[in-house]
Design a protein around this ligand. Structure first.
Ligand SMILES: Nc1ncnc2c1ncn2[C@@H]1O[C@H](COP(=O)(O)OP(=O)(O)OP(=O)(O)O)[C@@H](O)[C@H]1O
Ligand SMILES: [Mg+2]
Length: 505
């Protein structure tokens, strides 16, 4: 069957597939229409030839491309030649050329046929897969590091609070200054750890149907301090579908993008700069959110590394380089995509695409915990602290003993079990989730089987590292649990509430 020329042209256009015929005896070169188009020219706009083509090629690739075609022309079997070209809109495109040389009966090359395909999308997909893989392994590492830092951080925070209270405020001179700076330092570490945990734990949050505009407004509110001195904020909102996500984490993703946009703009030129947030639904019904800034833009050399965890162009000590990787993790965990385009000096556009919430019946939401107000009365309630971290356990005792509890500390789940099995009873048990030896989870299981009333009095503390079973355990837990370093006042209140509960079924 023969195909009419029009059909072949259509197929080439559809497949973004160009053809080059090179007569090696006369040097004459002919390009198909699509060969012009995928290099960014209208058909016939330039005289076809290798040198013309090289004008479009990314400078770093020129030498390699020239060499590849030269080798092919001399009759060497060439593997595919891949090269990047810069499109007129500044974006990079990756093309792949395959060549075949025809030889005469003496073996001399006389004709070269080249097909060229646009493989940008394919490359991007492959890069996304690599990125997702890498993120997963870094996520595991991040969770471990966060856990290790969290334990000492928990008692440092607790001690700091106690010391401040003990000394009474305001403190005179140097001492007050030092305490203030120490608190500030602890807050910074806490932020880094929070970032690491957010990065490691983006997929196990409760997802609810969300109004994206509201989440954006919350993020704007939080970023307004950064934005105010640098740019005007422009909202171009169009109707959006509801999406399924966790409000806090999705807000974090937008916040990171907004802060980055602000940070790309110098301070004090508000009238020359703007950050535009636009929203719309695309043809497939997805929510598209774009954050466009007029900042310094992103140099081409670093574009491939932007989402890498810890990649930052900020001076040492000023950025974690986790902002975009956290954002990426969050967006991916709800089935979305995040990408960007930027030409140096012309600002950047970050684009988040989120799938619409499927029209499923609204899942029942766990009711919000009742407001925690300390209960009156100061009975000598008995509290057991189970934590292998000795210093933290001691800090916890100091904090809880203000409520006049009788406090016992053990450093292993087994010791706790032995005491309870021997008949001792506690009004509240504050227990670390992960411990060498018998973990908090095992202790809970044992108590549930032997003395369920005591199991119901357990309050768990976690250091941030979660195994799948721990995640499930916490999700099913009827009693409260806290991430370390936790808000000690809330922990104190909750402990009191449980301790004063007359009889837990
Ligand atoms: N809108 C933007 N314009 C220009 N460069 C950007 C933009 N967004 C991100 N970048 C670049 O990407 C890098 C990584 O961003 P990311 O948010 O991951 O970390 P960071 O901002 O450097 O550190 P942190 O978020 O912890 O403050 C930045 O250092 C910056 O060079
Ligand atoms: Mg950032």
């Amino acid at each position: 069957m023969s195909y009419p020329g029009d059909l072949i042209r259509d197929i080439q256009e559809l497949a973004r597939f160009g053809i080059t015929q090179w007569d090696l005896t006369t040097g004459e070169v002919a390009w198909s229409d699509e060969q012009f188009r995928i290099h960014g020219w209208e058909p016939g706009a330039v005289t076809p030839g290798l040198e013309v083509l090289l004008q479009r090629v990314e400078p770093a690739d020129v030498g390699r491309v020239r060499q590849g075609f030269e080798r092919a022309r001399r009759g060497h079997t060439a593997s595919a030649i891949e090269y990047r070209i810069v499109r007129s809109d500044g974006a990079l495109c990756t093309l792949q050329a395959r060549t075949r040389v025809l030889v005469d009966e003496r073996g001399a090359p006389y004709h070269m046929l080249t097909t060229t395909t646009d493989i940008t999308e394919h490359e991007e997909t492959a890069a996304r897969i690599v990125l997702t893989d890498r993120m997963a392994s870094v996520g595991t590492l991040a969770a471990g590091v966060a856990h290790e830092i969290n334990n000492p951080l928990a008692f440092i925070s607790a001690h700091l609070e106690l010391i401040t209270e003990e000394l009474g405020e305001p403190l005179p001179g140097e001492l007050g200054l030092m305490l203030g700076e120490t608190r500030h330092g602890v807050e910074r570490i806490r932020n880094i750890v929070r970032g690491l945990m957010a990065f490691a734990r983006t997929d196990d949050d409760q997802h609810t149907p969300l109004d994206v505009e509201r989440v954006l407004e919350l993020a704007i509110l939080m970023a307004s301090n950064e934005i105010r001195h640098r740019a005007r904020l422009v909202r171009s909102y169009n109707p959006l579908p509801t999406v399924m996500a966790n409000q806090a984490t999705l807000g974090q993703a937008f916040l990171n993008l907004l802060v980055n946009a602000a940070e790309a703009i110098p301070e004090g030129q508000t009238e020359h700069h703007q950050i535009e947030i636009s929203t719309r639904a695309d043809d497939a019904g997805w929510a598209i959110i774009e954050i466009r800034d007029t900042g310094r833009g992103i140099a081409r050399e670093i574009q491939g590394r932007l989402f890498d965890p810890f990649f930052t162009t900020k001076p040492v000590g000023q950025g974690t380089g986790l902002g975009l990787s956290i954002c990426h993790g969050i967006v991916r965990s709800i089935g979305g995509e995040v990408g960007f385009t930027s030409a140096p000096g012309q600002g950047a556009v970050f684009r988040v695409a989120l799938p619409p919430a499927v029209a499923a019946p609204r899942a029942a939401q766990p009711s919000a915990p009742a407001a925690l107000t300390p209960l009156p009365g100061r009975a000598r309630t008995k509290v057991l602290i189970v934590d292998d971290e000795v210093v933290f356990a001691t800090a916890l005792r100091r904090m809880l003993s203000r409520d006049n509890h009788l406090i016992t500390i053990v450093h292993d789940g087994k010791d706790a079990l032995t005491r309870i099995a021997a008949g001792e009873r506690f009004d509240a048990i504050v227990c670390d989730l992960m411990m060498p030896g018998m973990s908090g989870m095992e202790l809970h299981a044992q108590l549930l089987a032997q003395v369920p009333e005591q199991a119901a009095r357990m309050i768990f503390l976690t250091g941030g590292a979660f195994s799948a079973s721990a995640k499930q355990f916490l999700a099913d837990l009827p009693t409260p649990w806290f991430d370390k370093p936790c808000d000690l006042e809330t922990l104190r209140t909750v402990t009191m509430r449980i301790a004063l509960t007359p009889k837990i079924p």
